[in-house]
Design a protein around this ligand. Structure first.
Ligand SMILES: Cc1cc2nc3c(=O)[nH]c(=O)nc-3n(C[C@H](O)[C@H](O)[C@H](O)COP(=O)(O)OP(=O)(O)OC[C@H]3O[C@@H](n4cnc5c(N)ncnc54)[C@H](O)[C@@H]3O)c2cc1C
Ligand code: FES
Ligand code: FES
Length: 409
């Protein structure tokens, strides 16, 4: 039976038929791995307490992910770092953790892991103080007050009076520590036999549940094999979970399973918009399909449906100088306003910009017309088009106004 493999703080894990489709990454790291440093509150993507750092594939930069929204079965090949992996009492704290504590940015401390993990990902690139403030709009604090938190992290901005910087090794913790960081892990109990050198020992000393998952046969399947083939797992409640690599495989699944009861899974953030009480019998994770992530400019700008909101804005930035696309500047400003949250009123956070896809957003709009979709708004504004093939949104076309104007002449 196929498995979903991933690493948490450098230690490999896998899940398969023992999990329900509703099991989230948050539940897995807190309950199965006993990594309770990651907190939770809203469970709908709004508070940031559950943020972890994820490298989705080798070479990509770490992203902030709301672990409460992500299904554990969606974590294929992810390299996940939790607050324990960033720094802990045993191996020493990360500078971001120490700075937050030293600058009185942590009172009860409940929001602090999410704040630090988000800042850790933000710090992967250069940011201004304003950008840092906006990025931290994804996180709610209910007791410290935001000033000391923001003051602490803004010191890492390029336009700060005396900017602080993080050393290279402090920016690339993910997957490199080789330490399981579990409370009962071997690093804390047996310092001489660190799990970086003996990973199998590490998993054997983890909690009972994680032990169960770690002894599975993940090492029998190479990463390349797993990436290139259609994964199929019968989950605990008999749901068929698929992870195709090619679009044509989705149609093959439809042919085999029918389309009476199925669900495509992209960022899975819909449940933050409209909680789902029942799940279909067939779930298809479409995030591994490269064809849906492509983009190009012909006369128009064509963007794949599983591109994130952040990627869409990046494309707008790239083509706004082209003839007929200058209006994209207004779109960029609009999205900036949407994402600009006064930190007390969570609206569309930067974290969700990274994981919510544009296809998923439009599909929510289609299912719930009352949903105030900004993707729909921009598509409507420029006469955008959507290409749908057998229930799947394939691409979103942002029209060049140059073409529209010349065709009207
Ligand atoms: C706290 C919060 C605040 C938000 N604020 C805003 C906001 O201010 N403005 C705004 O516009 N949006 C907002 N959103 C919505 C967010 O943008 C969407 O949830 C997200 O874009 C959906 O993408 P996804 O990949 O997570 O979709 P998923 O949750 O994976 O999927 C959503 C639905 O679309 C279907 N689907 C996914 N991809 C496809 C596809 N390619 N073809 C056909 N069907 C598909 C799925 O089956 C599912 O039914 C917010 C969400 C949250 C949680
Ligand atoms: S628990 Fe609030 S964003 Fe996840
Ligand atoms: S320190 Fe208490 S919620 Fe932020």
């Amino acid at each position: 039976m196929d498995k979903i493999t991933f690493t948490v703080n450098g230690v490999q894990h896998c899940v398969g038929s023992e999990v329900y489709p509703t099991k989230t990454l948050l539940e897995y790291i807190r309950h199965d791995l006993a990594l309770t440093g990651t907190k939770y509150m809203c469970l709908e993507g709004g508070c940031g307490a559950c943020i972890v750092s994820v490298v989705k594939s080798p070479g990509r930069t770490p992203e902030s992910i709301n672990s409460c929204l992500v299904s554990i079965s969606s974590c294929m090949n992810w390299d996940i770092t939790t607050i324990e992996g960033l720094g802990n009492r045993e191996k020493g704290y990360h500078p971001l953790q120490m700075q937050l504590a030293e600058n009185n940015g942590s009172q009860c401390g409940y929001c602090s892991p999410g704040m630090v993990m988000n800042m850790y990902n933000v710090a992967q690139s250069e940011n201004t103080m304003k950008q840092i403030e906006r990025a931290l709009g994804s996180n709610i604090c209910r007791c410290t007050g935001y000033r000391p938190i923001l003051q602490t992290f803004k010191k890492y901005a390029v336009d700060a009076p005396n900017p602080k910087t993080l050393a290279i090794e402090e920016l690339s913790i993910s997957g490199n520590s080789g330490c399981c960081s579990t409370k009962s892990g071997c690093c804390s109990s047996k310092k001489t036999e660190c799990c970086s050198s003996k990973k199998s020992d590490c998993s054997s000393k983890e909690t009972q549940d994680s032990k169960k998952s770690s002894i599975n046969d993940w090492c029998m399947v190479s990463k390349n094999e797993a990436q290139g083939k259609l994964l199929h797992i019968k989950l605990k409640d008999n749901t068929d979970w698929y992870r195709p690599t090619y679009l044509k495989e989705v149609f093959e699944i439809f042919a085999e399973q029918g389309t009476e009861s199925y669900m495509l899974v992209a960022g899975n953030t819909e449940k933050g918009v409209s909680p789902r009480l029942t799940y279909p019998k067939c779930m298809i994770d479409i995030t591994g399909i490269e064809e849906l992530r492509n983009w190009y400019v012909d006369q128009n700008l064509v963007i794949g449906a599983t591109c994130s909101m952040a990627e869409m804005i990046k494309r707008w930035e790239e083509v706004k100088g082209n003839e007929g696309f200058s209006y994209l500047e207004e779109f960029i400003m609009h999205m900036d306003e949407v994402a600009h949250v006064s930190v007390r009123n969570v609206s569309f956070s930067y974290v969700l910009f990274d994981c919510g896809t544009i296809g998923g957003n439009l599909m929510i709009k289609s299912r719930f017309p009352q949903f105030q979709s900004d993707v729909y708004l921009v598509c409507e504004t420029c006469g955008g088009q959507v290409t749908v093939c057998k229930f799947i949104i394939i691409i979103i076309i942002i029209i060049s106004l140059f073409r529209v104007l010349t065709s009207q002449l």
